[in-house]
Ligand binder design. Structure first.
Ligand code: AMP
Length: 281
C-alpha cells in the first residue's frame, strides 16, 4: 500500500492509474477502523482495480471542540488493517493540506441538513459535504463507498453528487454490528466496560420499536416506550428517535417498505447513532 500525505503526489499516482484505464474506488473514513470500514474496502476492491482509503478527522464537521479532541485516532493500526485489507493507497493528509486557510465555504441542503443529526449538530453536514467534495475532486473516483450507519449522511452526499454533478457512482453498504447488536463505531472505543454494556440499548430500542410498529402500535406510544427504556439506564440520554421516510427523512406515522427508524443519544459523554430499515427482517 502506498501512503500519501500530499494531494499532488496522490493525484500523480492516480493519473497514472487512470491512464492505464484502471477504475478507482474511494473509501473515505475518519480512522480508528473496524470491520464495517474494512467491508467498504473489500467492496471497493471487488469492483475496482484501485482502492483509495482515506483517514482524516475532518474538523469542520465537528460542532463540539471536545468531541473533535477526543475522537479516537489510531493511525498505526489503521495502516496495518488497510494494508492487510488490500487497500492500494492511503491518503492521510493533515489540516494544513486539506484547509490551507480558514474555511469559508458553507453548503446547505434545504430541509435535509436541519433535521435529525443536523438539528443536534449544527453545521455538521456542511463540514461533511465540504470534505467529501474535496476528496471527490482530489481522487476523482469512479465509485465512492459509504455505510448505511450514517443514513442521513448518505442522503446528503447523494444530493451533493446529483446537484454538483460529480461524475461518480455512490454505493451504500450495510451496517456492521457487534455480536450483541451494537453498531460498530470508532466512538465505541471510548466506552468503558460498563458503558459498552449500556450502549446496546439503542439497537435494542430500534428492534423493539420495529416489532411494536409492525404489530400496529402507534408511533407516539412507541416513542414513549423507547424514551423510558433509554432513560431507565443511568448515564444514557436519548437525543432523538424517529420513524421517517427513507428518501426525504420526514417523520411518518406508520411503517411501510420505505421507512427507517433512526436513533441518537449519549452513553456518558460518548454520542452514538444507529438506524434500522423497517422492511428488513
Ligand atoms: P467514519 O470513519 O465513522 O466517518 O465512517 C467512515 C465510513 O464508514 C462511513 O461511510 C460510515 O458510514 C461507514 N461506517 C461506519 N460505521 C459503520 C458500520 N458499523 N458498518 C458499516 N459502515 C460503517
Amino acid at each position: 500500500m502506498q501512503i500519501f500525505t500530499k494531494i499532488e503526489a496522490l493525484k500523480a499516482f492516480l493519473k497514472q492509474k487512470r491512464a492505464n484505464k484502471q477504475t478507482i474506488g474511494l473509501v473515505p473514513t475518519m480512522g480508528a477502523l473496524h470491520a464495517g470500514h474494512l467491508f467498504l474496502v473489500e467492496s471497493s476492491k471487488a469492483e475496482n482495480q484501485v482502492t483509495v482509503g482515506t483517514v482524516y478527522v475532518n474538523p469542520t464537521q465537528f460542532n463540539n471542540a471536545s468531541d473533535l479532541d477526543k475522537y479516537p485516532r489510531s493511525i498505526d493500526s489503521d495502516m496495518e488493517l488497510l494494508e492487510k485489507g488490500g487497500c492500494d493507497a492511503l491518503f492521510y493528509p493533515d489540516n494544513q493540506e486539506m484547509y490551507a486557510k480558514t474555511s469559508t465555504v458553507k453548503i446547505e441542503f434545504g430541509d435535509l441538513d436541519k433535521i435529525l443529526e443536523g438539528k443536534f449538530r449544527p453545521g455538521h453536514f456542511s463540514g461533511v459535504a465540504l470534505v467529501v467534495s474535496k476528496l471527490f475532486n482530489i481522487v476523482q473516483p469512479d465509485v465512492a463507498y459509504f455505510g448505511q450507519k450514517d443514513f442521513q449522511q448518505f442522503k446528503i452526499i447523494e444530493k451533493l453528487v446529483a446537484e454538483l454533478k460529480f461524475n461518480l457512482q455512490l454505493k451504500q453498504m450495510p451496517i456492521f454490528r457487534e455480536p450483541d447488536g451494537l453498531a460498530m463505531s470508532s466512538r465505541n472505543t471510548r466506552l468503558n466496560e460498563e458503558a459498552r454494556k449500556k450502549a446496546v440499548v439503542f439497537f435494542q430500542s430500534l428492534t423493539e420499536a420495529k416489532k411494536l410498529l409492525k404489530q400496529g402500535e402507534k408511533i407516539a406510544r412507541v416513542r414513549e416506550i423507547v424514551k423510558q427504556k433509554c432513560e431507565a439506564i443511568e448515564g444514557v440520554k436519548l437525543e432523538y428517535f424517529e420513524l421517517t421516510n427513507t428518501e426525504n427523512l420526514k417523520p411518518v406515522e406508520s411503517v411501510t417498505d420505505k421507512t427507517v427508524l433512526l436513533i441518537a443519544g449519549f452513553v456518558g459523554e460518548v454520542r452514538l447513532i444507529d438506524n434500522l430499515l423497517t422492511n428488513e427482517n
